[in-house]
Design a protein around this ligand. Structure first.
Ligand SMILES: Nc1ncnc2c1ncn2[C@@H]1O[C@H](COP(=O)(O)OP(=O)(O)OP(=O)(O)O)[C@@H](O)[C@H]1O
Length: 651
């Protein structure tokens, strides 16, 4: 469903605040909530959800469970074999029988181990598949979320959820889940055999159950909370390290190594505090369980010994019984650990599922009859937008039409909303009021993929992936062949410098493209955008890092290409060469369009554009900068687009 306006546009919501600086013109902007937040789920609900991810692997899991079950059954039988050795072979003094029985017990043991190992292997490896699915889904969901969501998150925290939190879940599902199954079967089986052998002795062992249950309940909630806190602290310390590493040029140039290390150390200390608490709680829990199980062993040894002396049971039976008690106390001891692990996984899974449950606010509910062609007419119709809930409007009732295939320069003071307007056109954010239309249709009615195939943005802050130049350019069109990549690079004036790199287009650009200069990175980003062949091209100071001669060549190519293919181009710029080649200039102030016309018209009008020129906000290149010849063509007052010397390479 489309939301065409926000509450602040519904007449007079803000009348009583009209004098408030955050409430210009009696209207108040609500915050564009990044995404809807999920409700916290209970522990069993989370475990069930993890289990749901195992559904595709039902067959593997079934076979694994059956094998584990068989392995446990073998382990349950061999104490009876030992009892037989003690009572029959040792008791009768028959050495041959002792050999045969011992070999049988060994056989049972080995068989049990092989079968159990195979089952554990199947279940463990399924856990690996499961966590792969979970991570894939998590990243896919993350990348679906709105830009605003990422602005409120730290990258290090998000990667911690993808890595260490999902690893905790994998541990819970594979190691913990498999152990739980093993130990559960062992407990039930051993208890069953014990009742069968001697119910009075078995009764003593059942006294363990309530003790462990009470302990588990007491410690469980506490465990879960501390685990969650520890994971939060872990994510925080990750985020600090992540930021220090990605901001390494700044850290070095400001000599802030000690400062960053101190920040990291403080975060690590907070983490260590939680981890210590966790370890201490865990040690107490396991210690108390161990004491209660030892008491049971001693009680059985004493009570069973009395029965042997009274000849009510055989020595072999007592030995077998002690094996089973050992099994059971082992089960209780590992339940303590498993319980701690499960609680840790519950903490991790709540952080993972929180992310999985967030829904993007920017909807992708497109009109089914959307046209495949696009003539690139853009209309901003009374557009209003603000980033925050404090009522500050970044775009305020803006109306503007950009003709299909035309070139418009968007100018204004820093912070007047130029970049924000481009982001709205690409639907990185949705307008709070009014409409943006392409070819007369509200952009919210187009499928997002349709829109973003036709509208391409190149901004000043270029992001390159670590990988080759070719891979970075091809990111614009994954189907493009090497020739097309090269043609786009020529078009963006990148080919010459790329050809001089050690390995040409196969040269690795380094993390975020650190091995290239700012201007080179911008040209790669431009080539990437050109390769997309958009219908609407948005250039946000996209050539600010390249020299004048090259910038003019790029602009000339863009203009020629735009005219030939009917591409609408909006250029956010402070440079006069870009402004002069544009068909129209739109001047923004305080999020409003205050002037529009040709460069010459606006200069002679003596309004805001003239003031920006006067203040030096819009300027030419400094004298002596390379490319002066090309510059003069653009600087002539009434230069026509046609007079621009065209680049030889066109897409
Ligand atoms: N993600 C954001 N969250 C909150 N406020 C933002 C965000 N991005 C921009 N702003 C604010 O919105 C206003 C307009 O920013 P915008 O980047 O659109 O300005 P601009 O005209 O492009 O500026 P410049 O010429 O300096 O690039 C500024 O006041 C800025 O602080």
């Amino acid at each position: 469903m489309l939301v065409t306006s926000w509450s602040w546009f519904d007449g007079g919501v803000c009348e009583d605040k009209a004098k408030d600086s955050h409430c210009k013109g009696g209207r108040e902007v609500s915050a564009p909530e990044s995404s809807s937040r999920p409700q916290r789920k209970s522990f069993p609900a989370q475990m069930l959800r993890i289990a749901a991810y195992a559904r595709p692997y039902t067959r593997r899991i079934t076979v694994g469970v059956v094998l584990v079950l068989l392995g446990t059954m073998f382990s349950l039988v061999y104490p009876i074999g030992i009892a037989a050795v003690v009572d029959t072979a040792v008791g009768s003094g028959d050495e041959r029988l002792l050999h045969v029985f011992s070999i049988c017990v060994l056989g049972l043991f080995v068989l049990g181990a092989v079968v159990g190992f195979s089952g554990n292997y199947l279940l463990d490896s399924t856990g690996e598949y499961l966590v792969l699915d979970l991570r894939k889904k998590l990243l896919s969901n993350l990348l679906k979320l709105d830009l605003a969501f990422f602005h409120s998150q730290r990258a290090g925290d998000l990667t911690a959820r993808l890595t260490s939190d999902t690893a905790s879940i994998r541990h819970a599902v594979t190691d913990t889940g498999v152990s739980l199954l093993n130990q559960g079967l062992m407990l039930v089986g051993s208890a069953g055999v014990m009742v069968y052998l001697n119910w009075k002795l078995a009764l003593i062992v059942t006294l363990l159950a309530p003790v462990t249950t009470v302990l588990s309940r007491r410690f469980g909630t506490f465990f879960q909370e501390i685990s969650r806190q520890a994971q939060l602290r872990n994510a925080e310390s990750n985020a600090i390290a992540h930021e220090a590493i990605s901001g390494i040029p700044l850290v070095k140039s400001m000599s802030r190594r000690d400062f960053e290390v101190a920040k990291y150390e403080a975060a690590l200390k907070a983490l260590q505090k939680e981890r210590t608490l966790l370890v201490r709680t865990d040690a107490w829990f396991r210690g108390l369980v161990a004491v209660s199980t030892s008491l049971a062993v001693v009680a059985i040894f004493w009570f069973g010994g009395m029965q042997v002396l009274a000849e009510q049971i055989s020595a072999g039976e007592l030995v077998a019984f002690l094996f089973y008690v050992q099994n059971i106390s082992g089960c209780f001891a590992s339940f303590a650990q498993l319980y701690a692990d499960l609680n840790q996984a519950a903490g991790a899974s709540s952080r993972v599922f929180d992310l999985l449950d967030i829904e993007p606010k920017i909807s992708d509910e497109a009109r089914p009859d959307v046209a495949s062609t696009c003539s690139g007419i853009v209309e901003f119709d009374d557009v209003g937008f603000g980033y925050t809930s404090n009522g500050i409007k970044v775009i305020d009732g803006l109306r503007m039409t950009v003709g299909g295939g035309s070139v418009v320069a968007l100018v204004g003071n820093s912070g007047c909303g130029k970049s924000s307007l481009l982001h709205l056109l690409l639907r990185l954010y949705d307008v709070n009021a009014g409409q943006i239309r392409i070819d007369g249709v509200d952009i919210r009615e187009y499928p997002l993929a349709w829109l973003r195939e036709r509208v391409t943005l190149v901004s000043q802050d270029v992001f390159l992936f670590s990988g080759s130049v070719r891979e970075n350019i091809r990111y614009g069109n994954l189907e493009a062949n090497d020739k097309e990549v090269e043609r786009a690079a020529r078009f963006a004036q990148a080919h010459d410098f790329v050809a001089k790199l050690d390995e040409g287009y196969d040269t690795e650009v380094g993390d975020r493209g650190v091995k290239l200069s700012g201007g080179q990175r911008q040209r790669i980003a431009l080539a990437r955008a050109f390769l997309r062949k958009p219908k609407i091209l948005l250039l946000d100071e996209a050539t600010s890092g390249v020299d004048y001669a090259i910038e003019n060549k790029i602009l000339a190519s863009v203009i020629e290409w735009g005219k030939r293919e009917g591409i609408t181009t909006i250029i956010v710029t402070h440079r006069l060469n870009s402004i002069r080649i544009s068909d129209r200039v739109a001047v923004l102030d305080g999020g409003r369009l205050i002037e529009e016309g040709s460069y010459d018209e606006l200069v002679s009008r003596g309004g805001k554009l003239a003031a920006l020129l006067e203040a030096g906000i819009l300027r030419d290149f400094d004298e002596g900068v390379e490319g002066k010849v090309a510059e003069t063509k653009f600087l002539a007052p009434s230069t026509k687009v046609r007079s621009v010397k065209l680049s030889s390479s066109v897409i």
